[in-house]
Design a binder for this molecule. Structure first.
Ligand code: SAM
Length: 219
């Protein structure tokens, strides 16, 4: 993503009651923020927030937290959120590498990763949000049958992610290399990047995985 220094973005974050700038203080207490026990779903690397704002509007029975590293991008999500009656949506400005300092075990029900940065060089593989290193972090904060959903138009990153999920021992629930012409399209909410790349004719890949092993279970 191209980064511009959006004037005043950092200051707007600090002032907003919708953005957590010191999220570690809330570890283990996120349900208190929402004042209910509804499931918590997070999007890591939410960018300008189109997906998570629409998800929060569509599913008032679920609590959403959008996580983004850069204030200059997060401010666009904040602008979308402001003025809407959405008590089920907050934002955190942080690097996902610190995610286990922000959420405790069993605190999150579902993780969304949409069009995550590909980090194409091999030596940067562990920075990819679907690496086994990141899956181990997710393992430590998801509920036992917590889900991960990942969308991308980057076939190389998708192949890598499928391998990671399997290497980490997660259960692959489904995969498609053409989401928009698949049965998994039902209920799909587009992200900013998805609208852009599918508009250019790129097929969208999606996988869903669950951290809990179903081995030995009767299906
Ligand atoms: N999910 C959005 C979409 O699909 O339109 C944005 C996709 S954009 C390619 C990736 C976003 O992830 C960027 O906004 C970037 O700043 C953010 N990001 C990348 N690595 C991150 C990390 N380690 N922690 C938090 N955010 C991250």
């Amino acid at each position: 993503m191209r980064l511009r220094n959006v004037k005043g973005a950092r200051e707007a974050m600090v002032e907003s009651t919708l953005v957590f700038d010191e999220p570690k203080e809330w570890k283990g207490r996120w349900h208190e923020v929402f004042e209910n026990d509804h499931p918590i779903h997070i999007e890591i690397g939410m960018g300008k927030g189109r997906f998570i704002v629409e998800m929060a509007q569509t599913h008032p029975e679920i609590n959403y937290i959008g996580i983004e590293k850069y204030s200059s991008v997060l401010i666009r999500a904040l602008e979308k959120r402001e003025g809407l009656e959405l008590p089920n949506l907050y934002f955190i400005r942080m690097d996902a590498e610190e995610i286990n300092e922000v959420f405790t075990e069993n605190e999150v029900d579902q993780i969304y990763l949409n069009f995550s940065d590909p980090w194409p060089k091999d030596r940067h593989a562990k920075r990819r949000l679907t690496s086994t290193q990141f899956l181990a972090r997710y393992d430590a904060l998801l509920v036992p049958e917590g889900h991960l959903e990942f969308k991308t138009d980057n076939v190389g990153l998708f192949d890598f992610s499928l391998e990671s999920v399997q290497e980490a021992g997660w259960e692959l629930l489904y995969e498609t290399r053409d989401l928009h012409h698949s049965p998994y399209m039902e209920g799909n909410v587009m992200t900013e990047y998805e609208a852009k790349f599918s508009g250019m004719g790129n097929p969208i890949c999606k996988l869903a995985a669950m951290r809990h092993h179903s081995e030995g279970k009767e299906l």
